[in-house]
Write a new protein. Structure first.
Length: 343
């Protein structure tokens, strides 16, 4: 019989469709686009084909906007939000309107033409994470911004485009996204009732039961959520409580890089290199004055984490019309499958 499971971190119900379940390895609903790749502007020695860099990790003695970089940050050529201008929030009858002010940056994660982060070294992934941190902390200085989402679209079906060069994106927004707000509100309600972080309790329970744990080390755990929205969805959570990804400290990023490489390699090897989305959920910016966050316990009740979502199935009418998601393989089975993948 199908089973309804409630995601405790957001209050959303998910259908685990056990009657429709397929064995892990027999699940591919979507074929990756195989059209010929476009010429890549992100490779080393092609710096003139992109906008001028905002920041770069460079070899000593190399010059801005030239070769010799390890990680490079550039503005998006098609930004969702633009850095110039004032918000000018205003009413239009019952509607709220503001100018599309924000920031949209592309982090080119390697000078080599490599597509999947799984194929980077752990050291290179650490440099990428440190670049995320530096840029988030810099964007926090802009009083217009309330939130920065760091994310990756790998593969054409994830929204990654036709250039297969390893890159991620940062978007700073003048409002806190609804998806993050839902997590924040639920985390606060749990903390108000239990005086504990819901994510810390989740980590403790999952590490004790182990049925949904994909990988674990001293500092991080990777697991398939109890109420997984998507087949083979994986979350990576720090065992040490903290609400800000960009304030975790240097040692944590090395350990996270090792965990990320392990999990992404398992997904690539075990699932035939699928497209995926990668999201870092962190707390909004908190500042003194009018832009401060509305509650003071956020540093105790929220817990940053990474969500990795392989694009193996489509979201259809039922999901869009109800807000339910249908996961066709129980997360206990997908976790077991990924645990057993050798990388």
């Amino acid at each position: 019989m199908p089973e309804l499971r409630k995601d405790p971190t957001i209050g959303r119900w998910v259908i685990i469709s056990t009657e429709r379940a397929r064995r892990p390895g027999v699940f591919f609903d979507i074929d990756e686009n195989t059209e010929e790749e476009q010429d890549c502007p992100f490779c080393e020695h092609k710096e003139t084909q992109t906008p001028a860099e905002i920041y770069a990790v460079r070899n000593h003695g190399t010059h801005v906007n030239g070769p010799g970089w390890k990680v490079r940050v550039i503005p998006s050529i098609k930004p969702f939000l633009r850095i110039e201008g004032n918000l000018n929030r205003r009413g239009y009858g019952l509607y709220d309107v503001m100018n599309g002010v924000g920031a949209h940056e592309v982090i080119v994660e390697t000078p080599q033409h490599i597509a999947n982060m799984a194929d980077l070294s752990a050291h290179q992934i650490e440099l990428v994470l440190q670049t995320h941190v530096l840029r988030i902390n810099d964007l926090e200085k802009d009083q217009r911004f309330k939130y920065v989402l760091a994310y990756k679209n790998y593969g054409y079906l994830s929204g990654g485009g036709r250039v297969r060069h390893c890159r991620s994106q940062l978007i700073a927004t003048p409002v806190t996204p609804v998806r993050v707000k839902e997590e924040l509100v639920t985390a606060k309600k749990y903390f108000d009732f239990h005086d504990r972080c819901i994510y810390c309790d989740m980590i403790q329970q999952e590490c004790e039961t182990e049925s949904r744990v994909v990988a674990e080390c001293e500092h991080f755990v990777a697991l398939t959520p109890f109420a997984s929205r998507f087949t083979f969805e994986v979350w990576i959570l720090p065992k040490k409580h903290g609400c800000d990804f960009a304030k975790s400290g240097a040692p944590g990023y090395h350990n996270l890089a090792v965990m990320l490489k392990k999990v992404l390699s398992k997904i690539k090897t075990g699932l035939n290199d699928p497209a995926y989305n990668f999201l870092i959920h962190s707390a909004p910016f908190r500042r003194n004055g009018g832009n401060s966050h509305q509650w003071k316990t956020i540093e105790e009740d929220y817990h940053w984490h990474i969500e990795i979502i392989p694009r193996l199935t489509r979201v259809a009418g039922f999901e869009k019309g109800t807000g339910f998601y249908i996961c066709s393989i129980p997360p206990e089975e997908t976790a077991k499958f990924l645990r057993e993948v050798t990388v």
